[in-house]
Design a binder for this molecule. Sequence first.
Ligand code: CA
Length: 401
Amino acid sequence: MPHRLLTLAAALLVSFPSAPARADEAAFASCLAGLRTEAQSKGVSAQTFDTHTAALAPDMAVVGFLDAQPEFVTPIWDYLAGLVDEERVADGRAMLAQWAAVLARVEAEYGVDAATVVAVWGVESNYGRNFGSRPLLGSLSTLSCFGRRQAFFRGEFFTTLKIIQDGHVAPERLTGSWAGAFGHTQFMPSTFVRLAVDFDGDGRRDLVDSVPDALASTANFLKRAGWRSDLPWGFEVSLPPGMALADAGRRNKQPVSAWVARGVKRVDGGALPAGSTPAGLMLPAGEGGPAFLVTRNFDALYSYNAAESYGLAIAHLADRLRGGAPFATPWPTDDPGLSRAERRELQELLIARGHDIGEPDGMIGARTREALKLEQAALGLAADGRAGQRALQALRANARR
Ligand code: CA
């Protein structure tokens, strides 16, 4: 089971009504009273429980997130354009320099290179700039009492109380995603217990306020997920015309030599790993888009969030941090995605046209999409609300300053 739930989809959602109804508050109070006994059987003292649950109120918005279907499925080229943009590459290189000594020790101890560790950090929390703002105890106690995965979330809730009881992270610093992922590396509490490490030697495993602990914990996660220091994650490859693709797929590993015999080559002309290395042929946008040969190290990245698009964002960001080039093969679209800077620009252009969509923060939410639909219709484009290059260029050409 992946260590997280639905965080990719949830990132795209906007707010639900969140004020609890009186009936919800009563049900919550009664549920919490029951959890108090169960918590003690899991090693949470009555004092810890009482101290940290006394002021809790149910946050019903998170129950909405649990059941929500994303109303807009993000194409992989939009997803990658926002996650691996020039800003995140530049910021990541600054982090590689700033934390070079720690990253060298992390690599020596866990066998995961600096660029990979920093790429996970950049994708997970934008290098510590975005932890998520929901108090963990509020989210997890609510999900322990409402909704369809209460048993799972009770485990995470009790574990969070244990983390606080053991003094690893200050309780007021425990905020995160609606589902309870927190800190620089967005670990769930149960993942924290299994895999977080104290790397700065202060006796606490602190993924919120210690960058060394967070970087080492990420490397430990990848090592335990099967990362091998002597392997690349994979490469973008070119395929010979007419190649049969029935056996493509990340999990369908065959020796690199078998792929080479069929005419698969690296797009940059470089050498592939040893012929006996198992590798899968991944086509994340199907035929006609970029193709990748991926090793077990890609599977280790995948295990962080159980999405190929996510694994590819980290893998590609790591390559870019090492000085690698953008993908050679274009995505199969005539409307490529936007960087975060371009998303902010698109929002500013919408604001200039009189739309109240809040601050231009580069997050494309429901309000941005609704405004965009109106302007697309006015400009003679398909009114689908998708923030891509076509919409941006049309707005630029018709800008009102
Ligand atoms: Ca520590």
